[in-house]
Design a protein around this ligand. Sequence first.
Ligand code: GCB
Length: 573
Amino acid sequence: MIHIEGRQRTSLNGLWEVIIDPFDAGSGDWAAYYKDRKPLGNTDFVESSFEGGHQLYVPGDFNSQLPELSYYESSIWYKRPFKIQTKQDNRFFIHFAAVNYKAEVYLNGVKIGEHEGGFTPFQFEVTDHVKIGENSLIVKSNNQRIKDGIPGLGFDWFNYGGITRDVELVQTPKTYIRDYFIQLSQQDENIINGYVSLDGPKKEQAIAIRIPELNFIYKTRTDSTGKATLRIPFRKKTLWTPAVPKLYAVQVDSETDRIEEEIGFRTIRVDGTNILLNGKSIFLKGVNIHEEVPQRRSRAYNESDYKMLLDWAKELGCNYVRLVHYPHHEKMIRMAEQMGLMVWEELPIYQGIDFADPGMMKKMNLMLREMIARDKNRAATIIWSLSNETYSSLARDSSLTALYHLTKALDNTRLVTSAFNNMRFEGNKAYIEDKMNRLMDVMAINQYIGWYKAWPENDSEVEWISHFNKPLIFSEFGGEAVFGNNTDPKRASSWSEDYLVDIYKRQFSMFKNISFLRGLTPWLLVDFRSPGRAHPVYQKGWNRKGLLSERGQKKKAWYLVADYFKNLTSPEK
Ligand code: GCB
């Protein structure tokens, strides 16, 4: 189901009782934490209890909540009682906005499901399991990194675990509006394409879609599978743009259910090397953002966290953000949409993924489906990114090809890309090589010239060569600098603010020569935690490539990027 906030629901957020399970033993018959047993007598040993132990906030990662969990990577069991007054004819679902990385869910001692994937929503129907009166929900979360996980064993960010996003008890009528897709056709801004689909016994129903502000009403019927396909003429409206991020209240009614949500309308497509928003060429001025509040050393988990991150992006002069390296909270996307920021959303198919693992395709498909299902009605989301920094192999190429086609089948209104970093340098020439670019709508390149790679001899004459007639986004570039590490600018050493300024200056001068460059996201907004960044002087567990320090202080490079964005006025650049 989609758009949880538009449904009848009870929040299960708040303090949950927990059992810390470092050896991951609680699922076994002996410990059986999910049974929440109480001892029956003096010789009935039950060596665990939710009552009287630690408590943790949901939503929120566990690592930031108890000092002993700082670097914890294993299982934590969470318990939350809740009451139901009446069931009537309703259906009940427990909805999780995300649990990192695996979740097992038990209601009243019965396992109701499990889920793998740390950044996308899932739900289980519990209509037959909930009781009138007291209920007990127990969730095992496990954030152990695994070889066949997505991401895999190694990644350059902090592995915050636990029930990191909201939990809701959702109530629906017997037949409810499970899903709807209401967006402009990619080719024709005067047509809405999409569908409405119902779930439940009464599949064939009258459907009405209303936009009261426009006096718009469209009526149709669902068929015997519960689905109505939409192709609706839709002329008079204000299109969503970063300058005017107009959203309309859209009501979807069936005979048994109603849901309402704010939706924006725009088209996004590619024409040769141009990216066209509502038919006009745009340049994406963006920044990379991790879902972290560095000052609190935790995952971002509420509106003010998202606002802090997105306000910074706005202040930098962005019209766009790349949310890395996993789908961020739905609320983050909605806030970007209200603020007029276009969004790149990304799957955590990151670097060392074991594409050849037989179970991998199924996991990738599920994550892709969950991401697109959730955000396909967001005007802000213009790009789905399938992966980051993967290298050609039979297994990789066939996986990304299959994912590309699945994306287009699920949503044919947006652009699809993957970030690659395998260009080839020859003297002053940089060749964009990865053959997957033939498929992708936009080419996205992560390049760290000046940091991981030395500048060619004539840096201002670096020539980027592409044999694909497509727009290019530099999805990452930059370097590390410790805030306050200022040296003599003429002899700036790496890790200094001046050295980072120098990298950006040279990058900007290189960009002038790239006629097909249509977007930029410096790496990245703010310094972030990454345990693998172990330099004892400069890093101390932080990746220092932020334009802001982990305390939000502006490095010199911030001002350079802000100026550069301010002066990029023509649509092309
Ligand atoms: C990259 C990765 C990003 C890293 C960054 C770095 O290419 O995409 O996740 O954090 O480089 O700092 O090395």
